[in-house]
Write a protein that binds this ligand. Sequence first.
Ligand code: SAH
Ligand code: SF4
Ligand code: F3S
Length: 442
Amino acid sequence: MPKFYVETYGCQMNFADSEIIASLLQKEGYANTTELTEADYVLINTCAIRDNAEQRIRKRLRELRAAQQHNPKMRIGILGCMAERLQSQLMVEEEIVSFVVGPDSYRRLPEILKQVRQAGVKSAETELSTTETYDDIEPVRLNSNGISAYISIMRGCQNYCAYCVVPYTRGRERSRDPHTIVLEAQHLFDQGYKEVTLLGQNVNSYRWRCEGDEVDFPELMRRVAEVSPRLRVRFATSHPKDLSDKLLEVMSQYDNICKSIHLPVQSGSDRMLKLMNRHYDSAWYLDRIAAIRRYLPDCSITTDVIAGFCTETEEDHQQTLEMFRKVRYDYAYMFKFSMRPNTYAEKHLKDDIDETEKTRRLEEIIALQGKIALENNQLEVGKTFEVLVEGESHRSKEQLFGRNSQNKVIVFDRHNVQPGQYVLVRVKDCTAATLIGELVEQ
Ligand code: SAH
Ligand code: SF4
Ligand code: F3S
């Protein structure tokens, strides 16, 4: 059996896609290997979100040259968002790449691998689709802990935020048949999984219409939550413009829907938000935060932010810091703006904040957020949480780690507990990133 090796970069959706790719290939007689040196086909599932994400792939390709010299039969392919962005040009720029396959063409992979091998030709498939959701493919769980899994509920994005390549690399937004989503969740639960995360670029705009059945995201969450009270349900990502009270209400009705919302703010300045084409302003965003606090008083809130977008002034930057002080996020992914080819920003705006200034602003946000995260965690000391145990702590074999509903990592002494169990843990100490607790007798 020919063997394939998959390496994945980028967001959770790319990781979910790699599991679809593995499924498609296994069905056609290819075997998955985790040993690069054994691979007949090396598949790199790539990300194009920022320039440094692409640079990392270029560097990886230079390293792979050596692996290919040891194993001249090895064929290397680029999949995912960088494949879609650069298409066949990538095979010209990177000689060792034999095939390039975009996110909507994975069904063609078995055939492409055969062509590349038998005819010795190079191949690029990068057509985007308006309908492909891979809804009939049961993903093969790669590097899974057997406890939590991703379920892709939609693909694509058409929000066209001014800075973002995703609409160009992933195509039009489309939702997956809810019946196949619920079946996948049920199947995972039957196999012993305890947690699923529903994935989309903007899950709040999930919508399925078919023969009088209309399912929106709150309704989908309800159906997945009904699979079992012992199956935790999470989701990512919510666009603030579409976060509805109806969703918050459903979240409040089910204990197994985790109390954790990722709500990317991007900037605290109304002028920046408009220029970014985000379709909300700071008042709207703060209103959504207030709604979350109202329906779900113990919900954690996390965000994404970009420092140094085109024309951002010191005042705009200060407004971002102010937003962080107001919301008091539990965690934030913080980025320096990176100009991406073909986006609105690249066509119409200037990348006019120099690198040192971007770095300074980013570091200010990071420092503030670090302080807030620590203070938030200190408020958890003394509380008891239900924790889903995921595995051994990285620091010590004597300790396990897991997460509470709020998605915070908690470490504690293991006693007789096994990964996959739900346990009660009382928090006794913390850092900015981790809660430290002890098991509570049950
Ligand atoms: N669909 C999600 C975001 C997906 S991309 C949403 O809209 O919330 C993840 C994050 O990468 C974004 O939230 C944004 O903060 C960041 N990002 C996207 N494009 C970027 C760029 N050109 N430069 C820097 N950060 C960017
Ligand atoms: Fe990119 Fe905006 Fe779509 Fe998120 S919503 S993927 S930031 S275009
Ligand atoms: Fe990257 Fe594509 Fe995800 S650009 S962030 S892998 S959708």
